[in-house]
Design a binder for this molecule. Structure first.
Ligand SMILES: [Zn+2]
Length: 381
């Protein structure tokens, strides 16, 4: 890595530290009724789920695989790959005080999963809360990164209009002006991201509030679940919230027009929200899948109903496509992956993950089935 890159990474690391958010999402602005300090909550349960996915021996003992990026051999680019992480840290976020964490999640931590409405609400809530926390950090990161430039428009319309021509070489300006314009363009992108984070936060906050009311006051929710169980405990787990622009087959379910409108403003009501929560986890010899979405999102509901009508293998491939394209927070058994997939398949899994991780508006369809049930595989109990 060259010195500039090292310096940049250091700065990035410091900015990320400065942008970390440690607060109880349940406590509100005043952190009322909070007890104990803010803890690192697991978005995927450690005791029941991660421990059953992690390897039981060898170098990867107590660790799971997750998909991420690492510097390529030439140090010039980042490459997607499976990375090992210990289950004590994996999937944690500093989003609840000790008291609230225990109070909210006990009904899914210590009790067997029987797919009650309340348990499904809690799983969905955790996915939304995790996403809310990470979006709060993204927004703060933009603020730290931009500093006083946050509210300064250094990419005015006449820059926006002339820069493309300069980039094409049709117009020439002095270097120092071009440099200023390029910096302005970059800052403008971050300001746009900052604004979009703000919209996402208000939507996710509403989703969390709605689900909290459903869980604590047993009020009807504006969200519904579709639950499905696969036979066999596949060592795959995820907990995520995302906006699905495409169905499992790569067909658009949110039009481009709608996508552009969504980038500009937040949803007018909960019914208009396109956010979807997905939880996948193995428990008691089955792999449980919970999709949660707004009652006003019939196109997503129809797409999942289509998916669940498919025969076994096609259904699992469709589900794999959804997980690989939309979910970052997912864990896999290291031996499960290495024993069931060839190195070409493993590369293809990482590739599918990377395409949409880099650009959320893209969908890479593959024919990988992540949900293999191998009766000879040694799984831990
Ligand atoms: Zn609290």
């Amino acid at each position: 890595m060259n010195p500039d890159q090292i310096e940049f990474n250091k700065l990035l690391g410091q900015n990320q530290k400065d942008a970390s958010v440690k607060a109880c999402l349940r406590g509100g602005d005043k952190q009322l009724d909070c007890s104990g300090k803010i803890i690192h909550s697991h978005s995927i349960q450690r005791g029941k789920i991660l421990a059953s996915i992690a390897d039981g021996g060898g170098e990867s003992e107590g660790k799971v695989y997750h998909l991420g990026f690492a510097p390529a051999e030439d140090m010039q680019s980042m490459q997607p790959e499976f990375k090992l992480q210990g289950i004590k840290k994996f999937s944690t976020f500093a989003g609840f005080c000790g008291g609230h964490d225990k109070a909210i999640f006990q009904p899914i931590e210590d009790v067997a999963f029987t797919a009650t409405a309340k348990q499904q609400d809690i799983y969905a809530y955790r996915a939304a809360a995790k996403e809310l926390h990470s979006t709060l950090e993204s927004k703060k990161f933009c603020e730290v990164f931009l500093g006083e430039k946050l509210n300064v428009d250094d990419f005015p319309p006449h820059f926006q209009m002339t820069l493309p021509a300069i980039k094409r070489g049709e117009m020439v300006v002095p270097d120092f002006i071009l440099e200023g314009m390029l910096q302005g363009e970059k800052n403008h992108e971050i300001r746009t991201k900052h604004m979009q984070c703000g919209h996402s936060i208000s939507e996710l906050q509403q989703i969390c509030d709605d689900l909290t009311d459903a869980i604590e006051r047993e009020e009807p929710s504006e969200f519904e679940h579709i639950y499905h169980a696969l036979d066999g405990a596949c060592l795959v787990a995820c907990c995520a919230s995302f906006i699905p622009y495409f169905d499992h087959d790569g067909n658009r379910i949110i039009s481009r027009q709608e996508e552009q409108r969504m980038a500009q403003s937040s949803a007018a009501s909960r019914a208009d929200m396109k956010n979807v929560m997905l939880n996948v986890f193995p428990e008691d010899g089955q792999t449980h899948i919970i999709f949660t979405f707004s009652k006003g999102n019939p196109s997503f509901k129809a797409s999942i109903e289509r998916l669940l009508k498919l025969e076994d293998e096609a259904l699992k491939i469709g589900l794999s496509n959804i997980v690989l394209n939309y979910v970052e927070n997912s864990a896999y058994g290291p031996k499960y992956i290495n024993e069931n997939f060839s190195s070409e398949q493993i590369a293809s899994i990482a590739e599918s993950f990377a395409v949409s991780a880099i650009d959320r508006s893209k969908f890479r369809k593959s024919n990988i089935n992540l949900f293999v049930v191998n009766p000879t595989a040694t799984t831990r109990q």
